[in-house]
Structure formats: C-alpha cells, structure tokens
Write a protein that binds this ligand. Sequence first.
Ligand code: ARG
Length: 414
Amino acid sequence: MNKRIIYLFFIFSNLLIAESFLIKSKGYLDISTGEIVEADILIIDGKIAEIGLIDESENVTVISLPNLILLPGLMDSHVHIVGNDSKGEESIADSSHMGTVWGVVNAKKTLMAGFTTVRNVGAANYADVALRDAINRGIIEGPTMLVSGPALGITGGHCDHNLLPPEFNYSSEGVVDSPWEARKMVRKNRKYGADLIKFCATGGVMSRNTDVNAKQFTLEEMRAIVDEAHNHGMKVAAHAHGLKGIRAAIEAGVDSIEHASFIDDETIEMAIKNNTVLSMDIFVSDYILGEGIEAGIREESLNKERLVGQKQRENFLNAHRKGATITFGTDAGIFDHGDNAKQFAYMVEWGMTPLESIQASTIRTAQLFGLENIGEIKVGFDADIIGVIENPLNNIRTLEGVAFVMKEGKIYKK
Ligand code: ARG
C-alpha cells in the first residue's frame, strides 16, 4: 500500500472509534506566513488530521463558524494561576488550599480567554501540580499547564515571603542558601511532579524589602540549579530585573529570563548567543500603577514599579530590534486571569508586528516549553484552536475577545 492509502485507512479507522469534528470557518491564520488560509480542519481524537476542502461525512460533527478566523491556541509563559495575588496583603491569611480553589477559578478564566497552554511559575505546596493533574484528568477545566512547584530563592529574597514579622520564623518552601541546598530543592520539585524550575535571580517589584537591582544567588548557586534541572530534562526560568542577576542567570545557562527589565545591548547579545529566551511582561505595569493602587498593592511596590515599567518597555523594543527571542509572558495573577491578551496591543505598540506578537504566544512559547505538537494549525498537531471575529493582523485587540476555544479536540467555548 502506498502512503496515501495507509493514511486514508488511518483516518477511516479513527472515524469509527474517535470523536471527530470538521470545523468550517472563514479561514485560519497560518502562523508562519501570516496568510489567512481558507480551508476546513478535520479533527480526530484530539489531533488535527486533515486540512483542506473536506466533504462532510456521517461520522463527523460539523462545527460551523462562518464568521470566525481561527488560529492556534494562545500560550502564556508566565502566569500565577494558584492563589489570588491581586488582592495584596488581604490574601496573606489564605491557606494553600484556598490558593488551589482560586486556581480552579483562574484556570477556567484563562482557558476561556483562549489560552490553551500556560506555564505557572511558582506555587506553594505543589498546588500547581494538583491543578495541572486535575485538568489533565478532566476533573476541572483549564489550560494545559506546565508547572514549577515552589520557586527557589535566597533567604529574604523575592521568592521568599517577607511579609510576616520575625517571630513567625517563616520562610518559603523554595528557600535555599547553598548550591547543595539548591540541588536538593530541584530534586524535590522533580520528585513531586514539577515540569520546570523557577528561581529568583534578583529582587522584585511585588516583594517586601527587596531591591530589583540586587543579584540574588551566587553564580555558583545558579549553576547548581541549572545543572541539576537540565540533568533531569527540566527547563529553568529565572526571575530577573537587574543587570547583574540577568547576566549571571544567562551565564549559568537558564532557558528563559522572566521580566528582563534592565537588559542592555551587551546582555541582549549574550542572550542571543546562549539561546536564552526573554519573557517580558510589558502590560502589567499599567495595571499595577492604575487599578493596582486600589487593589491594595503596597507603596514600596508601586515605587519599584515606577523604576521598572517604562525601562522594561524600552528594553523590550530594543531586544526585539536586535533579534532576541521574546515569548508572551504576562504575570497574570497580578492582574485578573483572562485579561492576558491585553498584552498583545502593548507588544505591537512597542515594536512587534501583530504577527510577531502572535508568534511570541504560539510558536516561540511552544519552543520554550519544549513542546513540538502545539503552537500551529498543522496536521498531526494537537487540536488547540481558537476563533476570533476579525483578522488579528488587522486588529490585534480582537484577541481580547476570543469567541471559540477548543483544547485537544474538545470544545470549551462556542
Ligand atoms: N512579579 C514581578 C515582580 O514582582 C512583577 C513585575 C511587574 N512589573 C513589570 N514592569 N513587569 O517583580
């Protein structure tokens, strides 16, 4: 038998057993060329089985979306789905159980907004692992999640919890203060189901009493984290605003720098050479300095945001111009989950074409996540497909109101 016959046989046999859909739409956005392709999409068993002009057959459910343009499901490389971050100090009394409950709600909002895959970077008590697994088992609805478990950080650093007074003697689960403690924590995170490792390489905006410019961890500690994680096939994401921390993290071999706010020309070159991806959350600043004030964000954080926000946008523009790989990462959780797509317009305002901003949230994120079968509408890929009412290349903000969501061949929004 030739290949074509084997293939038809494969499709036919699958039609008998699997749930199959034929999506008819205005067309789909080819993510590599920017062309709108007028074609039907056949989905069998959660995968894209055929693209073209396809006749309706009896065994297939037709999904008619004549007013929608389809594109691959969106991805966010930096979210905090577990917990209720935006409510400031009020949430300090929330247990990790409460954080997980919030996570259930947040995961659903994220999926309904068209984000079919996200990377959750930091959660206490492996609540993120539980959420991911509950979604995969079909217990709750949410995006495909890659999760880090507790983020690693130094005592008193951005990834430690500094709001409680000393008599509570509290430190976050991921606090490690030597290369060997760091290795042990990486091993523990892997043991309990983390997909990747997150660590804090500088102070942060939202944490109490940390300096965004101060490097956290020694190069030796960062190297230990990366070596241990890579040894287990896990990627590493480093939170870093200040230059010293960004440089050390790149030197240590991390896969992505989160925020990258103060990155300069030389360090952009360094990132390009080392294949380090930048995940720059350039929308969140407007939230923090706008609604965030009412939501209870502390004065210290507002002041730090005033230092970081504008600079980060300028450096985003520069890094993109110089050819750095930038993914779509938003820090959703500071602002409401489901509003992730608001960042597209900012990425366009700060130098990307609309197509580049969508690629940042599809092909580029898939590459960073190490996932080969998502991020494009292509035969053999997972049927993670969304629909919008306009061509997003003409109006990027159409992505803020996604009308159709399918994840792995299952419809969640229509
Ligand atoms: N989680 C980050 C931090 O606390 C948020 C930074 C937000 N600001 C920004 N301009 N991206 O440091």
